[in-house]
Design a protein around this ligand. Structure first.
Ligand code: ZN
Length: 327
């Protein structure tokens, strides 16, 4: 296999200490107020602390990718004055790298093929249920097939690949939320690292990308908090544990119904506001308010908030957006 493309300003072998974070818009939709706030927090933390910023487009979720959503995301970020130092890099050109990692995990017995359907997993009588109601995978296919080919022949179609999750707890200290502890084997079970169609799971792709890019700081919405223990398990499985980054999970923006901001709450896309003639400063003023920033002057670009942003003042509970731009 060819060496991966050079990605990073902060290669792990660099002797000088270097912090790198990444902005990773997913081109499955346009940036809205909710993800704009998370990107702004990530950017402010980076620029306050001297971290470099890598832009990464997470475009391996084939059918859900919207044409030009990547370019739109870059435009939206730039409109707010959010910049980056390297990238964009696209996950879609890195598929052979993920594939090679999956094969490595299969060859060491840390992953295995699974032919269970979703329905079978959900209805497995012995399956306990995770806190969020999702069925815990009961391990049906662990030790069931000697090879992926054998699983393929048994099912008459390609299998998914699951990580054999070791028993025990996974702990980390979140920079915003403090200590966190999960038991992935009990709460989730062996999880999918490649879908039956060969697409690598989000968890696997981001771990490999972050490790190879030398990402040391991950800032994201707390809807991804329960992804973190899975990703930490993958760092270990891939012998990348020296590259496990620091995590900062921040509360989300929700609608009046308490659910994560989405289409059902109306059109909150940045592009829509921009097209309607609303100034970036008006959006930034609202985002600043949501970040606990008491702005004296109206901001016109993200950098205007650098002097007043304080992580300690970031609200610890979700922000409720009622549709009113003036907050
Ligand atoms: Zn299975």
């Amino acid at each position: 296999m060819n060496a991966p493309p050079a990605l990073s300003l902060c290669h792990p072998v660099t002797l000088s200490p270097c912090h790198l974070t990444r902005l990773a818009p997913s081109p499955t939709g346009a940036l809205h107020l909710g993800n704009a706030r998370t990107f702004l927090i990530n950017w402010l933390l980076a620029r306050q602390n001297g971290w470099k910023i890598l832009l990464r487009i997470e475009d391996i979720d084939g059918p859900r990718i919207k044409p030009n959503a990547d370019k739109q995301a870059l435009q939206d970020l730039s409109w707010l004055g959010i910049d980056w130092d390297d990238g964009p890099i696209y996950q879609s050109i890195r598929l052979p790298i993920y594939q090679s990692a999956i094969e490595g995990l299969l060859s060491t017995g840390q992953a295995y093929p699974c032919i269970c359907t979703r329905k079978e997993v959900d209805s497995a009588a012995s399956a306990p249920h995770a806190d969020d109601g999702a069925a815990v995978y009961p391990g049906t296919c662990r030790n069931r097939f000697a090879t992926v080919d054998e699983a393929r022949r048994a099912a008459g179609k390609p299998p998914a690949i699951r990580l054999a999750v070791p028993p025990g707890t996974t702990q980390f200290t979140d920079r915003f939320r403090g200590p966190a502890l999960f038991d992935v084997a009990r709460q989730l079970g062996d999880f999918v690292i490649a879908k039956a169609d060969g697409t690598p799971a989000y968890q696997l792709a981001v771990v490999i990308d972050d490790a190879q890019s030398g990402v040391t700081e991950i800032v994201r919405g707390d809807d991804l908090l329960d992804s973190t223990p899975r990703q930490i398990l993958l760092y270990h499985a891939l012998s990348l544990q020296s590259s496990i980054p620091h995590y900062t999970h921040v509360p989300l923006v929700v609608g009046p119904d308490g659910r994560r901001l989405a289409k059902r709450h109306g059109d909150t896309r940045l592009a829509t506001y921009r097209a309607a003639g609303i100034a970036a400063g008006d959006i930034l003023a609202l985002l600043a308010h949501w970040c606990g920033i008491a702005t004296k002057a109206r901001p016109t670009k993200a950098a205007d908030l650098l002097g007043s942003f304080d992580m300690a003042k970031l609200p610890a509970t979700p922000i409720v957006f009622d549709g009113n731009l003036t907050g």
